[in-house]
Ligand binder design. Structure first.
Ligand code: PEP
Length: 245
């Protein structure tokens, strides 16, 4: 199993001054047990990659296009992310699925494009509150995985993030039993589809992870790290989460 992963998703947050948080995080966690990743907005990616140079902090994008270049105003290609220092890209985040109408097929095409550029794709899946209440959680997530993760996924190329939509940015967190139920089911699905490689693909939990709940979530079976939004924005908040892994 590759090292556990603490991934921060800054979303549309962070001006130049936020780079100081990366320096502070590197100082606070000079040799973390887990891999540490920050995915800033595209405007900060080059500068953040430079600021993190020589530290254990990797950088990533929050989305990418399927093409390498071309007439796609406002988009960013996987090659551009690599050029800006990224080694990861988050794909299919529920905010992109909801705000930009991204389908599973779109996410799969973006994942392919990311792999071709040498990026590791963090593919996000998760149920809405209505789907959970209707008892559809496992069906929804397993169908998202089946259609968003292309054949050929490996532990080096792919990370899966389980992020219940209703837990993102809300302070609501599933019970540890609910997290285990989903992660165990996902592990079974990955094993069945990808054989021994499926056992090595990291499964992150995301949704209102904070310093106070990180350790108990990380102790849940088949939780190999976290994708963290709000609590990844400062070294003070993210440092303890990294240290809990
Ligand atoms: C996220 O956006 O991926 C996320 C998990 O956000 P938060 O930690 O703020 O709930």
């Amino acid at each position: 199993m590759p090292r556990k992963l603490a991934a921060g998703n800054w979303k549309m947050n962070g001006l130049g001054a936020a780079l100081a948080e990366v320096t502070a995080l590197a100082e606070r966690c000079p040799s973390p047990k887990a891999e540490v990743l920050i995915c800033p907005p595209a405007t900060l990616l080059s500068r953040l990659s430079a600021a993190a140079e020589g530290s254990p902090i990797a950088t990533g994008g929050q989305d990418c296009h399927t093409a390498t270049s071309g007439a796609h105003t406002g988009d960013i290609s996987p090659a551009m992310l690599v050029d800006a220092g990224a080694s990861y890209v988050i794909l299919g985040h529920s905010e992109r699925r909801a705000d930009h109408g991204e389908s599973d097929a779109t996410v799969a095409a973006k994942t392919h494009a990311a792999w071709n550029a040498g990026l590791t794709a963090i593919v996000c899946v998760g149920e809405t509150e209505a789907q959970r209440e209707a008892g559809e959680t496992l069906g929804v997530i397993q169908s998202q995985i089946a259609s968003s993760v292309p054949d050929g996924a490996t532990a080096a190329s792919t990370v899966i993030a389980y992020e219940p939509v209703w837990a993102i940015g809300t302070g609501k967190v599933p019970t540890l039993k609910q997290i285990a139920e989903v992660h165990d089911a996902l592990r079974g699905q990955l094993n069945e589809r990808f054989g021994s490689e499926g056992n090595e693909i990291r499964l992150l939990y995301g949704g209102s992870v904070k310093a106070k709940n990180a350790a108990e979530i990380f102790a849940v079976s088949n939780v190999d790290g976290a994708l963290v939004g709000g609590a990844s924005l400062t070294a003070e908040d993210f440092g303890p989460i990294v240290e809990a892994l």
